[in-house]
Write a protein that binds this ligand. Structure first.
Ligand SMILES: Nc1ncnc2c1ncn2[C@@H]1O[C@H](COP(=O)(O)OP(=O)(O)OP(=O)(O)O)[C@@H](O)[C@H]1O
Ligand SMILES: Nc1nc2c(c(=O)[nH]1)N=C(CO)CN2
Length: 138
C-alpha cells in the first residue's frame, strides 16, 4: 500500500503529560509510520468532563502504509501498552487518561463503521483546543 497522509491528535492528562505524548510519538514511529510535522504542545482544562488534571494535547501529520483499521489497531495497542485502562465508549463517558490517540483525518477518506469514524467530527468542529492545534494541518 502506498503511503497515506493522516492527521492524529494526541492528549494526556495523567502523569508527566508531555513525556507521555513524546513516548507515544516514538511508538508511532517505531510502528513504521513517518512523523512529518508536529504542532506546539497546548495545555488546557478538560472539556466535556470534570477533572482537576490539566490536558496536554498536540496534533501531528504522519505518513503511513497502514489501512484505517490497521492504524486504529496500532494506536489502540500503543494506548494499552502505555497503561490506558478506559475506552470512553466502553466506560460510557470520558475519564482521565495517560494517553489518547485519535485519527482526525485519513487522506480525503470518509468512513464510518462501528469502530471507526473518519473524519473525527468532534475534534474538527466542536473543541476549541483541537481547532487551535489543527488549524494549519487540515
Ligand atoms: N477517528 C477515530 N479515532 C480513534 N478512535 C475512534 C475513531 N472513531 C471511532 N473511534 C472509536 O472510539 C472508541 C473510543 O475511543 P477513546 O476511548 O479514545 O475515545 P475518546 O478519544 O476519549 O473520545 P472522543 O473520540 O469523543 O474524543 C475507540 O475504541 C474507537 O473504536
Ligand atoms: N482539554 C481536553 N479535553 C478533552 C480531551 C482532550 O484531549 N483535551 N479529550 C476528550 C475526549 O477525547 C474530552 N476532553
Amino acid at each position: 500500500m502506498s503511503q497515506q497522509k493522516v492527521v492524529l491528535l494526541l492528549g494526556s492528562n495523567l502523569g508527566e503529560q508531555k513525556k507521555n505524548i513524546d513516548l507515544a510519538l516514538q511508538k508511532i514511529r517505531d510502528a513504521g509510520n513517518k512523523i512529518s510535522q508536529t504542532s506546539e504542545y497546548l495545555m488546557s482544562d478538560p472539556v466535556e468532563f470534570a477533572s482537576s488534571n490539566i490536558f496536554c494535547n498536540i496534533a501531528t501529520i504522519i505518513f503511513t502504509h497502514l489501512s484505517p483499521i490497521q492504524l486504529l489497531d496500532c494506536i489502540k495497542n500503543i494506548e494499552v501498552e502505555m497503561g490506558r485502562i478506559n475506552d470512553s465508549k466502553v466506560s460510557g463517558g470520558y475519564t482521565d487518561r495517560i494517553i489518547d490517540i485519535d485519527i482526525i483525518k485519513y487522506n480525503e477518506l470518509n468512513f464510518k463503521s462501528e469502530r471507526l469514524e473518519i473524519p473525527h467530527k468532534k475534534h474538527l468542529f466542536e473543541r476549541d483546543f483541537s481547532r487551535v492545534l489543527l488549524k494549519d494541518f487540515i
